[in-house]
Design a protein around this ligand. Structure first.
Ligand code: T4K
Length: 398
């Protein structure tokens, strides 16, 4: 292979069709259509229908939590949670997370206070969390990034010491565990996502899980206009219900979950093998004693060792139709709704900034075969082994 064979320099793209970081997983369509037929026969399409109830029961059992309340998406679930607890002032959140974590706080009229992360785990750093606690802080909202659990115990201790609510954004952590216990029952409550790209999907959807009976009652009311009964509104509320179509898909998708995790796990093992020994390319690892869902293949690209920046490597890959993603660049603290009027972040977050310039998520999921993974690895290996030459040539071509 020569440099000019790379699509970024005019060669033919390696893949005819784009490879996405995560396409929706296939489900058993016959099973789904059977459920939809039943739904039409029952003439019950939404508002706590039988599929929603069945899906909630299955989830609560699986997550070993007293209450599971499904919602139209995770973002709405988080917003309802914040509202249900009547929070005020500041909520401590990681910056290195999907924008929805911060948006749910800001959208609720609260102030997100961004925290730095631990370099090894990519999760919120409890030491920095404690430094950010003020008189105005009312909660910590921590993300289990990539499905790897936060330092739950340290966060619980901080929340306990300062009398704060503790929530987890578990949008990426369905099926994952912490010290062998399913994520879902930690803190005061957790919120999951069942977006189209998730290992369990309801097209759009989410869930709030909690062991707190009062909180569960409030969330249930608020996701359905505050209706306690017909004509009886007892709280403010919104419409964050999941439809029966979504829940039917969720139940069907749940049946495919183990197979999806197996495929993702196999892909990660292949990436790890094929990229082994490549200087400056590190894949994040998952603890074998936990139950990761392996939804993300996360590489850290160290430009000093590779001679090619993460961004240029991404350009090389995109040209080959490998749509690798810079999740979660640039970090919420640098996104325009959250910066100061002069465009600068309110706080500097050195670890977040460093990782936001290094992380590249590679394609995985059931839409990929092992030949696809091998092809992606060949491109990454070639690009890194010729990092300096590619950088020089890209510089000349702009
Ligand atoms: N908190 C955290 C920590 C989260 O990660 C998320 C969601 C949330 C909260 C909010 O959850 P929800 O309110 O959405 O339930 C995607 C997902 O849209 C988002 O749900 C997810 N996190 C995030 C990590 O990834 P984008 O901006 O990358 O979306 P998009 O459209 O580019 O999709 C990703 C890939 O999937 C693309 O390569 C295209 C492909 N795709 C997408 C869809 C929708 C398909 O092939 N088919 C499809 O139908 O955010």
């Amino acid at each position: 292979m020569k440099l000019s064979d790379l699509a970024v320099f005019g060669g033919t793209p390696r893949f005819r069709e784009p490879l996405h970081v995560g396409r929706p997983h296939q489900v058993n369509r016959d099973a789904l259509f059977r459920r939809l037929n039943t739904m039409f026969d029952r003439q019950w399409l939404t508002n706590d229908g039988p599929y929603v109830e069945e899906f909630e029961r299955s989830l609560a059992q699986r997550l070993e939590v007293a209450h599971c309340l499904v919602t139209c998406n995770a973002t709405a679930g988080l917003e309802i949670l914040l509202k249900a607890c009547a929070l005020t002032g500041e909520i401590i959140v990681p910056s290195f997370t999907f924008a929805a974590t911060a948006h749910a706080v800001q959208w609720s009229g609260l102030t997100p206070v961004f925290c730095d992360i631990d370099r090894r785990t990519h999760n919120i750093d409890p030491r920095d969390v404690e430094k950010q606690v003020t008189q105005r802080t009312s909660a910590i909202l921590a993300t289990h990034l990539w499905g790897r659990a936060c330092d739950v115990e340290a966060l619980e201790a901080i929340a306990g010491r300062h009398d704060l609510y503790l929530f987890f954004d578990s949008a990426q952590a369905f099926g994952c565990s912490h010290h062998g216990r399913p994520i879902g029952g930690f803190g005061d409550a957790e919120a999951f996502s069942f977006h189209a790209t998730k290992p369990v999907t309801t097209f759009e959807g989410g869930a709030v899980t909690t062991d707190d009976h009062d909180l569960a009652d409030k969330v249930a009311l608020m996701r359905s206009f505050g209706f306690a009964d017909y004509d009886e509104v007892v709280s403010v509320g919104t419409n964050a219900k999941m439809s029966e179509v979504g829940a039917a898909m969720g139940l069907t998708s749940l049946e495919a979950f183990a197979a999806v995790v197996n495929v993702n796990c196999r892909h990660l093992a292949q990436y790890t093998r094929d990229l082994q020994g490549l200087p400056g390319v590190t894949l994040i690892e998952f603890e074998a004693k936990e139950t990761p869902n392996y939804q993300f293949v996360v590489a850290e690209i160290d430009a000093e060792s590779t001679g090619i920046t993460r961004d240029l490597l991404q350009r090389v890959l995109w040209a080959e139709q490998v749509l690798a993603r810079r999740y979660f660049y640039p970090g919420c603290h640098r996104m325009s709704p959250y910066v100061r009027p002069d465009g600068q972040p309110v706080r500097t977050l050195p670890v977040t900034d460093d990782l936001a310039s290094k992380v590249l998520c590679l394609p995985t999921g059931t839409a990929l075969g092992s030949d696809d993974v091998a092809g992606v690895c060949e491109i990454v290996r070639y690009a890194v082994e010729h990092g300096h030459d590619i950088t020089a040539r890209a510089g000349r071509h702009g």
